[in-house]
Design a protein around this ligand. Structure first.
Ligand code: MN
Length: 243
């Protein structure tokens, strides 16, 4: 079954992630894609492309780059359910525990009609039309990396109108689902106190990042007014500056 591995890794009584059913193939040329920025044991970006009723998925540790000189490692992971593609929130414990931000989404189009053949060949070219990622891209399979059953690929931006010497993860780090939201904002809408004693990563750079985000989320929650004014002061200043 297409989503067996996805379901085996998760306890849906404890995770807000969707359990999912393989969706009927939508047909047609354009399909959904998304990139979820996922702070778990390590920060990474999950590229997901709709195909045959599921989301084909690659974990990209450094995230995509618009620079055609960059080749970003992309480790293929288990297929995900279609409804996972709009998920943003907190995975409190278990597999993938951490914060998920919907970093980009839109539609994708394969460059050749037979996607399965391109994937088997390990040379998969496609066009993205998202908020941040656009134009021509390739996933190229590499041989013999790592010891897992799933293959490793390189994610490469082709030189076109939408490429440039830009690390888009640095340039545009925030959510497209909750405009302006960073990890701390997403965590603050959920339960940051959950992790004050036992964050998903405790040591190293990821542990330090979690500590900062948990502290920021707790501060955001503490300053949250249950009866906010119609136009917060910050917004009024922002509008004033523009006009
Ligand atoms: Mn992930």
């Amino acid at each position: 079954m297409p989503l067996d591995e996805y379901r085996r890794k998760r306890d849906f009584t404890k995770s807000p992630e969707p359990a999912g059913e393989p969706a009927a193939a939508t047909g047609g040329e354009t399909r959904y894609f998304c990139v979820q920025k996922h702070l778990a044991s390590h920060l990474h970006y999950d590229l997901r492309l709709e195909h045959d009723g599921v989301l084909l998925s690659w974990a990209v540790p450094k995230g995509p780059s618009l620079d055609w000189n960059d080749k970003r490692l992309a480790m293929q992971v288990e297929d995900h359910p279609i409804e996972y593609g709009s998920f943003e929130g907190v995975i409190p414990e278990g597999y993938g525990a951490g914060v998920v931000m919907l970093w980009d989404y839109g539609t994708w189009t394969p460059d050749t009609p037979d996607v399965d053949a391109a994937l088997r060949k390990g040379d998969f070219k496609f066009t993205l039309d998202g908020f941040k990622l656009k134009g021509s891209w390739a996933l190229v399979r590499t041989k013999g990396y790592g010891d897992s059953g799933k293959p490793s690929w390189l994610l490469i931006k082709h030189k076109d109108h939408w490429s440039g010497p830009i690390d888009i993860t640095e340039f545009a780090p925030l959510s497209v689902k909750t405009p302006g939201a960073d990890f701390a904002d997403i965590l603050a809408t959920d339960t940051p106190d959950l992790w004050t004693r036992n964050p998903p990563a405790k040591t190293g750079d990821t542990g330090k990042l979690f500590q900062r985000i948990i502290a920021a989320a707790l501060a955001l929650k503490a300053t949250h007014d249950p009866n906010p004014p119609a136009a917060p002061a910050k917004r009024r200043r922002a509008r004033g500056a523009i006009r």
